[in-house]
Design a protein around this ligand. Structure first.
Ligand code: CP
Length: 326
């Protein structure tokens, strides 16, 4: 068990080694058990976390804020629009100043070609750990919760379990590509057979795709890419279909909408779920475009684990905060 996480940033999925992620999961299950038993676990008494949001959130805000309270500390919700950032506060100033006020700085900044750079710039000048609540490249806490959920449902030995990470059509907006990118990076470290499915315009960043390939080779799994959602679903143990923007193809919203409309058949419905194994689980980070991205019969059906998955955000994040901010 590797426990050397005190003071560490968590910005990209691979910032923590596989052994360190195992430690995070062990701590997360311990904290989940303690909460279920109403056992106090004030591991961060008198500590404070800054939560700086440049983008909306339901789960991330709620779970970080509740998590800090349960750990005996305080989380300050800071909407970027109510700060002086628009009037000139630089990432260096945020890192220097908030790093002196707070014991951790968590940031959500998803702007394309900017968010990850911003978070890293804050981290460079912060004396407190910086935690990535989602950027344009990664959503590492979501994927820790996803991994925790998969182990709970499928057991600790994930070797050769097939997970389909698939694009799905959505009409609401150009969603970030951070979730599928973090999924292929983390899941290929556990010996799983990871299949990424998307139409040609929805490619992910080539260097991250290469890292996923390297992981699969190193950890004894597989990583394949297909343009068929059905092929990805065939005999899968886990399906994780969600929408993301054609951001590597175009940043123009009208063009993106036009491209997306060619692929409205990329929905998760009962027919598609039947292609997967009978005990296949359906996952989604939420929010989902209901009956566009996924049919109600699936997301509300017996194979869906979306609420357990959302709950595990709380436990996984508490584990990382307790390990890094103590
Ligand atoms: N899954 C997720 O990050 O949800 P929010 O955008 O609501 O935080």
């Amino acid at each position: 068990m590797q426990t050397n996480l005190r003071g560490r940033d968590f910005i990209g999925d691979l910032d923590f080694t596989k052994e360190e992620v195992e430690t995070v999961l062990d701590v997360a299950w311990d904290l989940k058990r303690k909460r279920a038993l109403h056992e106090p676990h004030a591991l961060l008494r008198d500590k404070a976390l800054a939560m700086l949001f440049f983008f909306t959130s339901t789960r991330t805000r709620g779970s970080f804020e509740a998590g800090m309270a349960q750990l005996g500390g305080h989380a300050a919700f800071i909407d970027s629009q109510t700060t002086q950032i628009a009037h000139g506060d630089t990432p260096t100033e945020i890192g220097e100043i908030y790093g002196r006020y707070f014991d951790g700085i968590a940031i959500r900044q998803c702007d394309w070609n900017f968010g990850n750079q911003y978070i890293n710039a804050v981290a460079k000048s912060s004396r407190a750990p910086v935690l990535n609540m989602q950027c344009d490249v990664y959503h590492p806490f979501q994927i820790l919760a996803d991994l925790m959920t998969i182990v709970e449902k499928k057991g600790r030995d994930l070797k050769r379990k097939k997970i389909a990470v698939s694009w799905a059509y959505a009409a609401s907006y150009q969603k970030p590509i951070s979730v599928p990118q973090s999924l292929i990076l983390q899941m290929t470290r556990w010996g799983m057979d990871v299949v990424l499915a998307h139409p040609p315009e929805y490619k992910l960043m080539p260097d991250l795709v290469q890292q996923a390939r390297d992981n699969a080779k190193r950890y004894g799994g597989a990583f394949d890419i297909t343009d068929s959602m059905d092929d990805a679903f065939a005999d899968a143990d886990i399906v994780y279909p969600k929408s993301w923007g054609a951001l590597l193809t175009t940043q123009d919203n009208a063009e993106s909408t036009r491209i997306g409309k060619q692929y409205t058949s990329w929905i998760t419905d009962g027919r598609r779920m039947k292609l997967a194994k009978d005990d296949c689980i359906y996952m989604h980070c939420l929010p989902a475009d209901r009956n566009i991205e996924v049919a109600d019969e699936v997301i509300d059906g017996p194979q869906s684990v979306v609420f357990d998955e959302a709950e595990n955000r709380l436990h996984a994040q508490k584990a990382v905060m307790a390990l890094t901010m103590c």
